[in-house]
Ligand binder design. Structure first.
Ligand SMILES: [Zn+2]
Length: 479
């Protein structure tokens, strides 16, 4: 019997390694996340990774735990997975209960479910850099763990890791973390590239399935059960990765397209998530801004040519977005811009003389040369807004699932009575923060009810980029 190195590594690592949580789905009740730092090759063609569901305060009270983590084993070739272990954690990350799952057979990953998104993220081909990163973390972690508690156990693990590297273990590659009969994937050498699914892009990400909280999680009893790691396999892919790490001086690199409004992937770090997002930090004409000291002039009226249209609505993970039928446009400063889409931010991103607003609609327009003009309609709480109500009535139930209701709307109904506006040159307020965007911010806010505002804030409590420096930009204001 040999210790199952990857299981030990992943458990050790998970106890103390810096996790890299990627939000795969979220709603008002819970957040579903994958720890990318935990993804490790298991036996041939499969990988293991930790995922977790973090509950809202309200849900945590109901279920008696804050989060549940699951260690899953993914068979990247047969598009299936197994839960190996579940751990229920309290507010302060204390283990409340630990369940080892002895599943008898792997479950097929159904297209369009959260499991499918986890699968795609875990099973996408690992680059050499990724492998080195993972292995380097594992080696570093083991070295660190040696100095911490349970030193003898961890020293044993390090010794085993060294043995793994020293050996030629492909012939022993068998078994799985799940230790379930019939769960092993066909044997394979580490060099053979397993048939991996094509990585889906964000736009293609299918909608997640509704999350089912495991019934056992409702059990209020707090049971602490220690589960010794099963031990029966060596891991050629991991050994190769460790070897690669040892001969590598490649610095850690992380490219991440999964930007958000808070935490590590929040606005302050957008530029670091992808080279294409560099403008978010280096740009000098960024949006939003606090609009003040405008030059009061007679700005020409914006000509609106909005037609009633059917629409599509999607919760794209950053906002609720409406796609409108073709043929609607606005004209200003000698250019005609087609309406492309509309979306919302709560609170409003732009401020006027320091004043903030509850919400804003950004109507994104593009001209024939690809130049963008964004019309901002500010919202304050007051009377119910019929157009917003129609949109909210048709909110999709799942993220990234576009819904095309059989309802037509007139986007012009959203505009305030007075069309005086501020204009300035800025940027997209989301990555890649591209500049050269003409901003047209209507001065008169429109109203929506507190209830309507509350609906949006349940989806997005805060999806506003912080104010950017105006840096002496010219701002014009209609008199
Ligand atoms: Zn926007």
């Amino acid at each position: 019997m040999r210790p199952l190195l990857s299981a030990l590594l992943i458990c050790l690592c998970h106890a103390a390694c810096a996790a890299d949580w990627l939000t795969v789905a979220s709603d008002a009740q819970r957040r579903v996340e994958l720890d990318r730092a935990s993804i490790l090759p298991s036996d041939a063609g499969s990988k293991v990774a930790w995922g977790r569901i973090v509950l809202s305060d309200e849900q945590a009270k109901i279920y008696g735990y804050r989060s549940v983590r699951a260690l899953n084993r993914y068979d990247c070739r047969s598009h299936s997975f197994m839960i190996v272990k579940r751990v229920y954690l309290s507010d302060d990350e204390r283990t409340m209960r630990e369940d080892r799952i002895d599943a008898t057979s792997p479950s097929a990953v159904k297209t369009g479910t959260i499991d499918d998104r986890f699968f795609n993220e875990v099973c996408k081909p690992a680059s050499a850099t990724d492998l080195r990163k993972v292995a380097k973390q594992a080696v570093e972690q083991m070295a660190r763990a040696e100095l911490e508690d349970k030193p003898s156990l961890r020293r044993a693990n390090i010794r085993l890791a060294k043995e793994e590297v020293a050996e030629k273990p492909a012939s022993e590659a068998k078994g799985s973390l799940s230790a379930a009969p019939g769960a092993s994937s066909p044997r394979n050498s580490a060099e053979e590239a397993p048939a991996l699914p094509r990585r889906v892009t964000r736009e293609e990400i299918p909608p997640p399935a509704p999350l089912v909280v495991p019934p056992r999680a409702r059990d209020p009893a707090i049971i602490r059960r220690s589960t010794p790691s099963r031990t029966n396999s060596v891991n050629p892919a991991l050994a190769a990765a460790i070897a690669a790490a040892r001969s590598s001086t490649t610095p850690h690199s992380s490219h991440d397209l999964h930007w958000s409004y808070e935490g590590e992937n929040g606005p302050a770090n957008w530029d670091k998530l992808d080279p294409q997002f560099a403008t978010c930090a280096r740009g000098t004409r960024q949006s939003p801004i606090d609009i003040r000291d405008g030059i009061k002039v007679d700005q020409e009226a914006i000509q609106f040519d909005y037609k009633p249209s059917m629409f599509r609505i999607v919760d794209n993970g950053h906002t609720i977005q409406i796609t409108y039928g073709q043929g609607s446009r606005l004209s200003v400063m000698g250019r005609s811009y087609d309406l492309v889409q509309m979306h919302f931010h709560h609170p409003a991103e732009e401020r006027i003389d320091g004043k903030s607003f509850e919400m804003v609609a950004h109507l994104v327009h593009r001209d024939s040369e690809g130049r963008l003009a964004v019309l901002a309609v500010l919202f304050e709480v007051g009377a119910s807004n019929p157009l917003i109500q129609t949109l909210w009535n048709n909110l999709p139930l799942e993220k990234n699932e576009e819904y095309a209701p059989r309802v037509s709307i007139q986007i012009a109904d959203l505009l305030p009575e007075k069309r005086a506006y501020f204009s300035y040159m800025g940027s997209l307020t989301t990555p890649p923060c591209s500049e050269g965007v003409l901003w047209l911010v209507l001065k008169q806010p429109v109203q929506l009810s507190a209830e309507q505002l509350n609906v949006f804030s349940r989806f997005y409590p805060n999806n506003a980029r912080p104010i950017q420096p105006a840096s002496g930009r010219v701002i014009k204001e209609s008199r």
